[in-house]
Design a protein around this ligand. Structure first.
Ligand SMILES: *[C@@H]1O[C@H](CO)[C@@H](O)[C@H](O)[C@H]1NC(C)=O
Ligand SMILES: *[C@@H]1O[C@H](CO)[C@@H](O)[C@H](O)[C@H]1NC(C)=O
Ligand SMILES: *[C@@H]1O[C@H](CO)[C@@H](O)[C@H](O)[C@H]1NC(C)=O
Ligand SMILES: *[C@@H]1O[C@H](CO)[C@@H](O)[C@H](O)[C@H]1NC(C)=O
Length: 791
C-alpha cells in the first residue's frame, strides 16, 4: 500500500524535506506517513469533500464517499486520493473516466471553486476528466499553498485568471485538453519556481511572452496543439529545460536558442523554416527529436543520427538536403527514424536499413535504393531551394520609419528628407553589419546593395518624394514567407493567370494591402548579384500611371545559391482593364468622354515615364488595352512593361522581348523604339474613341483610314463613328483633336509618328477644350487630376 505513494507525495507531507532525494528523508517520510494516516480530519473539511461530491453530481468514482468515511485513512486508488497532514487535506486527486461528459447546466464552476478553497492547505490538486465546465474563477488564488495543479481533460474555457499569479509557490500547472483561449499573459513567465507548464490541446493563440525566457526552473514546456504563432523568445536561459513540446502550432520561422539539456524536442507541424542549428549536435541527452512537417531547410546534419541518447528522430516533410552514406553511423538505440519527403541523396545507411528493430522510413527523397518510392536525383537538385530568406528582425521598425518619411516628406523640404534617408540607410547598414548570423541572408545582402545604390541615385529619391503623396509604401525586399502568407501558400485561389511574364498571383499582405505577385522562374547559374541591376531598374518603376513595383524577393537554389525564382511585387489595381470600361456592352461601366481623355493622358504619361523617367529607359512595351488597368479612382495604370529581366527568365520569353532591338548596331531601329509604343498607344486610343476592338494590325489600319477620312469632314459625321456611349457628350473640338492624334500615332512610318510629348500636348489640349465647352454642372464627374498642367 505504501509503495503506491510516489516519492513526491512524501514530499508534500514534509515541507521541510527540501533535500528529499536523500534516502534517509524518504524513510523518515514513510514513517511520518504512517503516523499521519491515523489522523482525524477536521469535520469542516469532511463536509467540504462531501459538498464537492454533490457538486460533481455524485460520480461513480466517489460512490464510496459518505459522512462516516475516514478520508485521511482511506486507501488511495488510481482514481481517488486524499492525503492529510495535521488534520488538514494537502492533496486531493480525483480522476474521472476519460470522456466523462460535461456536468449539467446547473453546475457552477464558481460554486465549485468556492467550495474547493475551503481546503486551504491544498498543495496538490488533481481534477481530471470530471466534466468541469466554465471559466476558471480567479478565487482559486485562495489556495495559496498550491504547488501542483492538474486539471487535464475538462471543459474549462476563457483565459487563465490573472489572480493565479499570486500563487507564487506554483510549480506545476497542467491545463491540458481544455478549451482555454487567448494569449498567454506576461506574468506566467514570472512564476519563480515553475517547473512544469503544460497547456496542450487548448485554444490558446498569439505568441509567447518574452518573460518566458526567465523561467529558469522550467523542466517541461508543453504547448502542443494550440494556435500559438510567431517567434519564440530566447529559451537558452532555461538551463533546466528537458522537454519542449510545441507540436502543431504556427511557431516560426526561426528556432530560438535552446538549452542543451533537452531530452525531448517536439517541433512538428509548425512554421519553422530555418536551418537546423548546429548546436543540436551537442544535445547529448536528446532522446526524442521531431522536426517533421515544417519547412526546415539546408543540410541535414548526419550527426543527429549518432547523438548519444537519440531513440526517435523524425525530420519528415521538410526541405532538408544532403547526402547519406552507407557507412553513416547511428546510435544503436535508435528505434524510429523518419526521413521521408526531404531532398536527401546518396545511399541508405546500413545501420538503419539492416536494423530489424528500428522503424526506418525514407520515402520521397532522391536516395539510391532501387525502390520506386524515390524521386529522381534531378528533382532534389532542382527543388533544393534555399528558402533561406529569413524575415527581418524587428518587424515594427521599418514601417514606422517609412511612415514618418511620408509625413515629414510632405512637410519639410527635400534636403531634410535626404538627410534622414542618409541617416536611416546608414543605421540600417550599421545594424546589418552588427548581426550577420548566417550566410544565407540573401534578402539582407540584396537590400544593402539596393539601398546604397538608392543613395547615389538622386533621381530616384526625388521620385520617391513625389510618390509620397501617392501613398505607396517604400520599395523593399520581401521574404518568401511574406509572399506565402499573402497568397495562402500560392493557393490556386490566389492564382490570376500565367502569361509571357510568368505566373501572376494576387496576394494580401499582413497590413491588408493587396498586391500582384509575378513569379519568374530563372535559368540556373546566376547569383543574386547578377540580378541587382535588374532589381535596381524595377525598384524605380514607381509612378502614378504604372502599376508600381513594391518590391522583390529572390528564391535561391540551396546547393549553389543561384537564383531559382524571382518574385516581383506590384501594387494591385482593383478596377479591371481599361477595355472593360470601354467596350463589351458594359454600358453601366463606360467611361465618359472626359474620363477617356484623362485615361489616355495617364497612359501617355506612363509611357513617357518608362522612356525618360528612368535610366535606362524601357521601350517597346507591346502595350495593349488589356494591360492598362484602372484603379479605384479610375486612374489608368500600365501594368505590363518590357523588363530585360523577363528575357532572362527561363523558357517563355514571348513577344515582349521580340520587340526589343536585339542587335545594338541596328541603330535605325534603336532610334525609333519609342515610336513602337506610340503606335501601340494609337491602337488603344482607337478603341477608346470608337468603342470597337481591332483584332489585328490590319484591322487597326482599316479603322485608322476610316478615322482619317472623317477627321476632315464635319462634326456630325465625326460623332457618328465615335463610340455611341460618348457620341453626344463630347465636344467637337476635343473629339477632332483626339482623332487627329490617334491617326498620327498609327502612321505606318515610325518617323512620321508624333513623339510622346507631342501626343501628351494634344491630349491635354483636347481635355482643356472639352472642359471649357462642358457646363460647370458636369464637371464634378471629371476626375480631379484632369486639370491641364504643362510642366
Ligand atoms: C459509508 O460507506 C461505507 C462503504 O464505503 C459503508 O460501509 C457505510 O455503510 C456507509 N455509511 C453510510 C452512513 O452510508
Ligand atoms: C495530470 O493528470 C493527467 C491525467 O490523469 C496525468 O496523465 C498526468 O500525469 C498528471 N500530471 C502530473 C504532473 O501529475
Ligand atoms: C485569440 O483568440 C481570441 C478569441 O479566443 C480572439 O479574440 C483574438 O483576436 C485572438 N488573437 C489572436 C492574436 O489571434
Ligand atoms: C564513408 O564512405 C564514403 C564514401 O562512400 C567515404 O568518403 C568516407 O570516407 C567513409 N567514411 C568512413 C568513416 O568510413
Amino acid at each position: 500500500m505504501l509503495s503506491a505513494f510516489p516519492l513526491t507525495l512524501v514530499r508534500y507531507m514534509l515541507p521541510m524535506a527540501k533535500g528529499f532525494k536523500h534516502q534517509a528523508f524518504v524513510f523518515l517520510g514513510v514513517i511520518l506517513l504512517l503516523i499521519n494516516q491515523s489522523e482525524q480530519l477536521q469535520s469542516s473539511q469532511t463536509h467540504t469533500l462531501l459538498r464537492l461530491q454533490l457538486l460533481l453530481n455524485y460520480p461513480d468514482i466517489l460512490s464510496s464517499w459518505n459522512s462516516s468515511v475516514a478520508f485521511c485513512n482511506a486507501e488511495p486508488t488510481a482514481q481517488v486520493t486524499v492525503v492529510c497532514y495535521e488534520e488538514s487535506i494537502t492533496q486531493l486527486h480525483i480522476i474521472g473516466n476519460k470522456g466523462t461528459p460535461s456536468l449539467p447546466r446547473s453546475f457552477s464552476m464558481d460554486s465549485f471553486v468556492t467550495t474547493l478553497v475551503k481546503l486551504p492547505d491544498l498543495r496538490v490538486l488533481t481534477l481530471v476528466s470530471l466534466g468541469l465546465w466554465g471559466p476558471l474563477p480567479g478565487k482559486i488564488e485562495r489556495l495559496s499553498s498550491l504547488e501542483i495543479l492538474n486539471m487535464t481533460s475538462n471543459l474549462l474555457y476563457g483565459t487563465i485568471p490573472h489572480e493565479l499569479s499570486s500563487v507564487t509557490g506554483l510549480q506545476t500547472l497542467i491545463l491540458d485538453e481544455n478549451m482555454f483561449s487567448g494569449q498567454l499573459p506576461e506574468w506566467l513567465g514570472l512564476f519563480p519556481v515553475l517547473t512544469v507548464l503544460s497547456l496542450r490541446k487548448n485554444l490558446f493563440n498569439g505568441s509567447l511572452p518574452d518573460s518566458f525566457s526567465m523561467l529558469e526552473n522550467l523542466r517541461v514546456l508543453a504547448l502542443s496543439h494550440n494556435h500559438f504563432l510567431g517567434e519564440l523568445p530566447d529559451l537558452s536561459g532555461l538551463t533546466n529545460l528537458q522537454e519542449l513540446d510545441l507540436e502543431d502550432n504556427a511557431f516560426g520561422p526561426r528556432l530560438p536558442r535552446l538549452s542543451n539539456k533537452l531530452v525531448r524536442l517536439a517541433l512538428g507541424k509548425n512554421m519553422f523554416r530555418s536551418g537546423i542549428p548546429s548546436e543540436l549536435n551537442s544535445f547529448y541527452q536528446l532522446q526524442w527529436l521531431d522536426l517533421s512537417f515544417n519547412r526546415f531547410v539546408g543540410p541535414f546534419p548526419l550527426s543527429l543520427l549518432s547523438l548519444p541518447s537519440i531513440t526517435y528522430l523524425n525530420i519528415a516533410d521538410n526541405k532538408l538536403t544532403g547526402m547519406l552514406f552507407e557507412n553513416t553511423s547511428c546510435n544503436a538505440e535508435l528505434g524510429f527514424v523518419d526521413l521521408s519527403s526531404n531532398l536527401l541523396t546518396g545511399h541508405l545507411p546500413s545501420c538503419l536499413s539492416d536494423s530489424k528493430d528500428a522503424v526506418f522510413l525514407y520515402r520521397r527523397n532522391c536516395l539510391t535504393t532501387g525502390n520506386e518510392n524515390q524521386n529522381p536525383l534531378t528533382f532534389c537538385r532542382n527543388e533544393a531551394l534555399a528558402v533561406g530568406i529569413l524575415p527581418q528582425r524587428k518587424k515594427s521598425k521599418l514601417p514606422k520609419v517609412s511612415l514618418a518619411f511620408g509625413i515629414i516628406g510632405g512637410i519639410v523640404g527635400g534636403i531634410v528628407l535626404l538627410g534622414l534617408i542618409f541617416m536611416f540607410v546608414r543605421r540600417l547598414n550599421a545594424n546589418k553589419t552588427i548581426n550577420k548570423p548566417t550566410t544565407r541572408l540573401i534578402r539582407e545582402k540584396a537590400s544593402i546593395a539596393y539601398t546604397s545604390k538608392l543613395l547615389s541615385d538622386a533621381r530616384y529619391i526625388s521620385q520617391t518624394m513625389k510618390l509620397g503623396a501617392l501613398g505607396l509604401p517604400p520599395y523593399r525586399t520581401f521574404s518568401l514567407e511574406d509572399l506565402e502568407d499573402a497568397t495562402n501558400n500560392f493557393d490556386t485561389t490566389a492564382f490570376m493567370g500565367e502569361g509571357s511574364q510568368g505566373q501572376l498571383y494576387k496576394g494580401r499582405l499582413r497590413d491588408g494591402t493587396f498586391v500582384a505577385i509575378r513569379c519568374l522562374k530563372m535559368k540556373k547559374n546566376h547569383s543574386t548579384q547578377s540580378f541587382m541591376h535588374h532589381v535596381e531598374l524595377i525598384s524605380k518603376l514607381r509612378y502614378r500611371h504604372l502599376a508600381s513595383a513594391l518590391g522583390h524577393c529572390f528564391e535561391c537554389y540551396l546547393d549553389d545559391s543561384s537564383v531559382s525564382r524571382i518574385f516581383l511585387i506590384f501594387e494591385y489595381i482593383p478596377n479591371g482593364t481599361l477595355r472593360s470600361w470601354i467596350s463589351g456592352g458594359h454600358s453601366e461601366r463606360s467611361l465618359t468622354w472626359p474620363q477617356r481623355i484623362s485615361a489616355a493622358i495617364g497612359i501617355a504619361k506612363g509611357i513617357q515615364f518608362l522612356h525618360t523617367g528612368i535610366v535606362p529607359g524601357v521601350y517597346s512595351n507591346n502595350l495593349k488595352i488589356t494591360d492598362v488597368l484602372m484603379d479605384q479612382n479610375l486612374v489608368a495604370k500600365i501594368s505590363s512593361y518590357n523588363l530585360p529581366l523577363l528575357a532572362e527568365s527561363a523558357g517563355k520569353v514571348g513577344h515582349k522581348t521580340s520587340a526589343l532591338p536585339k542587335d545594338p548596331t541596328n541603330s535605325s531601329r534603336v532610334n525609333y523604339e519609342d515610336k513602337v509604343d506610340v503606335y501601340d498607344f494609337g491602337v488603344i486610343l482607337l478603341e477608346m474613341i470608337l468603342g470597337r476592338q481591332s483584332k489585328s494590325r490590319n484591322e487597326a489600319q482599316i479603322l485608322k483610314n476610316q478615322l482619317q477620312t472623317v477627321v476632315a469632314t464635319d462634326d456630325v459625321t465625326r460623332r457618328s463613328i465615335a463610340d455611341p456611349a460618348v457620341q453626344t457628350s463630347c465636344s467637337d473640338q476635343s473629339l477632332k483633336t483626339m482623332m487627329e492624334i490617334c491617326v498620327r500615332c498609327l502612321l505606318t512610318d515610325p518617323t512620321e509618328r508624333p513623339s510622346v510629348e507631342d501626343v501628351l500636348w494634344n491630349l491635354q489640349f483636347a481635355a482643356q477644350v472639352d472642359s471649357m465647352s462642358t457646363s460647370p454642372s458636369d464637371s464634378p464627374s471629371q476626375p480631379a487630376h484632369l486639370h491641364v498642367a504643362f510642366h
